[in-house]
Design a protein. Structure first.
Length: 301
């Protein structure tokens, strides 16, 4: 297969089939310091883009071979919204996906483009990247093509969120010494309050980056996550600690009223006794459990 890959078992989305719209080379209008691909000069187009019918053909073949796929993910060796036939591709995928969810992973840079918005409105799950909300931080971490402004991007993200009726997720990738501080996270939070995403994923570098930058530890991710109140946060963790916390009924209700907890959070933090209290609260309808793009969260009604 040239344009499809996987399936990949994603903890956040389930079994996913990937679509790469730039298989020959990196095609991105950012040159992010943390990118797992080699550094490259930013561009505003995908060279030698695949034909829609060729991509659809491969997806059909993969769906027949892997019937348990949950999500079809539009991605790229770079930025998938630079693909000039995106709207046509989305229309074609929607016709063949059946019960699968269509997901796109985008760096958010083209969200002010009406053609891009038109295509994204037809996608089940849109996942935006937003590593910084300040201009200085944005230029340092995402290294955008000249003329791309983070203020314009965040403004258009808010406008898009007001008309998008499906699932919207925002991902923040934390890099040591750049955006790993509460000041930058609070600036992002101010934007998120207007975007109102269904979920925010916070992670750090876990593959060799393009440039000499470092990841932060899970303790730092946890600390920064507390800058976001009343938002469903999914921390991308690797390890489960030995020590679990004991929470009372009142403490659990107070916690969930301020910050929904994912199933992973429950496994990560809650003692067995705390889990039993949680289940009793769920049974008594004092709390609810809801699925947000494949991740289950506990929260108050």
């Amino acid at each position: 297969m040239r344009y499809t890959f996987g399936p990949v078992n994603s903890r956040r989305f389930g079994l996913s089939l990937g679509i790469d719209l730039s298989p020959d080379q990196k095609s991105c209008n950012f040159d992010c310091v943390y990118c797992e691909l080699s550094g490259a000069k930013p561009t505003d187009k995908i060279s030698n883009p695949p034909k829609v019918k060729e991509v659809i053909k491969e997806v059909k073949e993969s769906l027949c071979k892997f019937p348990d796929i949950k999500v079809i993910t539009i991605t790229s060796n770079g930025e998938p919204t630079l693909y000039e036939h995106l709207d046509e591709l989305v229309n074609g995928l929607n016709k063949i996906k059946e019960d699968k969810k269509l997901l796109i992973l985008t760096n958010s840079s083209t969200i002010c483009d009406e053609k891009v918005q038109k295509a994204l409105l037809k996608i089940d799950i849109v996942k935006f990247s937003l590593d910084c909300a300040s201009t200085k931080c944005f230029k340092k971490i995402d290294r955008p093509l000249k003329g791309i402004d983070i203020t314009d991007i965040t403004k258009c993200m808010v406008e898009f969120s007001n008309i998008f009726t499906n699932t919207l997720i925002v991902e923040i990738l934390v890099v040591k010494g750049i955006n790993d501080n509460k000041k930058e996270m609070r600036e992002i939070y101010q934007v998120l309050k207007d975007i109102k995403p269904h979920r925010v994923d916070i992670g750090t570098i876990d593959r060799p980056p393009a440039y000499k930058v470092e990841a932060v530890d899970e303790k730092k991710l946890e600390e920064l996550s507390h800058c976001f109140d009343n938002i469903a946060i999914s921390l991308i963790r690797k390890n489960i600690p030995d020590k679990k916390e004991n929470f009372s009924k009142e403490e659990i209700l107070n916690l969930l009223s301020h910050r929904p907890q994912s199933e992973w959070d429950i496994e990560y933090f809650f003692s067995e006794d705390s889990k039993k209290i949680l289940e009793k609260l769920l049974f008594d309808h004092k709390i609810i459990k809801e699925d947000i793009a494949g991740v289950a969260f506990y929260t108050t009604p």
